[in-house]
Write a protein that binds this ligand. Sequence first.
Ligand code: FES
Length: 134
Amino acid sequence: MNPRNTGEIPDASGIGNVGNPVCGDIMRMYIKVENNIIVDAKFKTFGCGAAIATSSMVTELVRGKSVEEALSISNKAVAEALGGLPPIKMHCSVLAEQALRSALADYYRKIGKDPSTFEPKDDTHQHHEHRDET
Ligand code: FES
C-alpha cells in the first residue's frame, strides 16, 4: 500500500528495463553500486499493484547487499516476503526479479564483466501474435 523507493537514480550504476510478456506491463529499475555493494535502488513501473509491491520489496531487499547476494534473490523470496502472492499474480513478481537482473547486467557490462549467465532474455520486442483466422 505504501511503495518505497519509487523514482530514478540520476547517476545509476546500472539500469534495467524489462517487459512482462504475460500482461505487457513494463518496469525500469535503477541501482547504485559502490565497492560491490548496492547502496541504493529505485524503480519505476507501469504495472499492476502486485508489480509495484514486489518491486518495492526488491529495492528494499537489495539495499546493502553485495552484487552476488542480489543475484540470488528470487521472485519466490520476494513473494514470500510480501506474505504470499496469489498464483495468478506470480508473473508480476517475476517482473521485479527480472528488472533487478537486467540492472545488474547493465552494471556488469559497464565494469567489463560478462552478465550472460544471469541476464534475462529480452522479451520486450517479441510479440506473441495470435492472429484470428476468420
Ligand atoms: Fe502485469 Fe502484474 S498484471 S505486472
